[in-house]
Design a protein around this ligand. Structure first.
Ligand code: SAM
Length: 210
């Protein structure tokens, strides 16, 4: 989408709302991601940044309830979208937070969502999966197992990381079945339009080997 005023588009088409499971934070969100996709351009990826995904909500809830996981640590939020998980880490006391996403809208929306919550995080639009994992203490990833190619890239990349890894996932198709320790689970309200059900069980995991 060349020459688009992303800030104006986000402000025009979203409303500030609190995710059901994480009312401590507010985000610029939409109900109808398909309608917004028509505005952002269907040749571009869907506007994932306009939804608080189930995996991200569960991981954010877990961090706010277990701040010791990130307090004082350097944290990377991979596939940050709206920045939900990154902001939860910041609110929980992380020393540094880098939100990574490859969608250029994320730089805009994460800045706007930061202003709405009086929180700031760093943002990169580099594809970090193309390089080795950066030097951080904790890697967070909310809802990144929805697509085969990305899931395979994430899994390979995570194997090269020595950081503590925390994932939130609602049972997406490409989450590897084995090798995880479950740290928590949550029933998260959603919509039939988005997920085909009114609520889903969402789990927070870390790799069994760390
Ligand atoms: C389903 S959304 C989850 C967003 C957020 N974590 C949440 O739970 O609300 C997945 C995100 O991963 C991002 N993504 C896809 N490929 C990526 C990559 N190679 N590096 C970083 N982010 C990526 C997408 O742009 C999208 O924002």
């Amino acid at each position: 989408m060349p020459h688009v005023d992303r800030r104006a588009l986000v402000l025009e088409h979203t409303t500030l709302r609190r995710p059901e499971l994480v009312p401590e934070l507010q985000l610029h969100l939409v109900d109808d991601i398909v309608a917004l996709w028509k505005v952002t351009g269907e040749d571009d990826p869907p506007p994932f940044w306009a939804v608080a995904w189930l995996g991200g909500q569960a991981l954010a809830r877990y961090l706010l309830d277990h701040p010791d996981e990130v307090r004082g640590r350097r944290v990377l939020d991979l596939g940050s979208g709206s920045g939900l998980v990154a902001f939860a880490a910041r609110r929980a006391g992380a020393a540094e937070v880098l939100a990574a996403d490859i969608d250029p809208f994320c730089a805009t929306v994460i800045e706007l969502n930061g202003l709405a919550n009086d929180l700031s995080v760093d943002v990169t639009l580099d594809d970090l999966l193309a390089d080795g994992p950066p030097d951080v203490d904790v890697v967070l990833a909310g809802d990144v197992w929805y697509e085969r190619e990305m899931a395979e890239r994430v899994m390979t990349w995570l194997r090269g990381s020595s950081a503590r890894v925390l994932l939130g996932d609602p049972g997406r198709a490409y989450l590897p079945q084995d090798g995880w320790v479950e740290l928590g689970s949550y029933d998260v309200p959603t919509t039939r339009e988005l997920e085909g059900v009114e609520s889903k069980r969402v789990r927070v995991f870390s790799p069994a080997t760390r």
